[in-house]
Design a protein around this ligand. Structure first.
Ligand code: 8IG
Length: 234
């Protein structure tokens, strides 16, 4: 989860332990001082969850291993499924800020991969049809979209957003696809959940304001927590 999702975690269950991710080997220090990532063990009914708050983005130039490290740590700890959440830009004008969208597939526009060596991982149905159906059984109004990851940290130009649309994307972000690939390589079941916090560049004629983007994410995180809390026991 991005760090803005903290309100959602409390809706998931009872935190039974928490560590700073930098207390564990391999986790990069926070990109923004004072925003250290944490890893929580949360009991949600019969389930034990690991909630990783904060992620390493590719644009931090710490390498792809750092980007995939959180997912790989969860897999090593025995997690069999991962829910990847993000804030992103939307290409559908009806997706107002705060709209949750299930990720049905992705376009990895980063020109890189977390997989090293001749490991030809199949990515068919990477975003679990079973988990997406479970989400829709909780909220039938949930939209679905294809998520395109750009390297960032700059936002896309309107022309790049149009390009992503031509390629079939309806969500643009700077995370998630590399973590999803690493999760599939670790044979985890993957659910991707985007929170549209802004209309992608050029979709509306107002310029992007990162503070407004972050505020929309915080405002919607609680609602996302209710959805995750309804889905997770499944
Ligand atoms: N690439 C990209 N990433 C984002 N993250 C958020 I929040 N909004 C955006 C966006 O419009 N484009």
């Amino acid at each position: 989860m991005g760090s803005g999702w903290l309100p959602a975690v409390d809706a998931l269950g009872t935190t039974t332990a928490e560590v700073a991710s930098t207390d564990l080997p391999g986790f990069a220090p926070p990109a923004v001082a004072g925003h250290a990532g944490t890893i929580r063990s949360v009991r949600a009914g019969e389930l034990r969850l690991l909630v990783l708050l904060g992620r390493t983005h590719l644009y931090e130039d710490r390498g792809v291993r750092a980007v995939a490290h959180g997912v790989r740590t969860a897999a090593a700890a025995g997690c069999r499924a991962v829910v990847l959440t993000n804030g992103c830009g939307g290409l559908d004008p009806s997706w107002t800020p705060g709209t949750p969208v299930l990720i049905s597939d992705h376009l990895n526009l980063t020109a890189t991969s977390p997989i090293e060596g001749a490991s030809f991982v199949d990515l068919t149905d990477l975003y679990s049809p079973r988990l997406r159906e479970l989400c829709r059984s909780v909220d039938p109004t949930l939209a679905e979209g294809v998520y395109a990851q750009f390297r960032g940290p700059h936002y896309e130009t309107p022309a790049e957003v149009r390009m992503a649309g031509v390629l079939g994307a309806s969500l643009v972000g700077m995370s998630t696809t590399l973590e999803a690939i690493a999760a599939r390589e670790a044979q985890m079941e993957v659910l991707g959940l985007s929170l549209v916090t802004n209309l992608a560049a050029g979709i509306s004629d107002s310029p992007l304001n990162h503070e407004e983007v972050l505020e929309a994410g915080r405002a919607a995180a609680t609602r996302m927590g209710d959805l995750l809390a309804a889905v997770v026991p499944g």
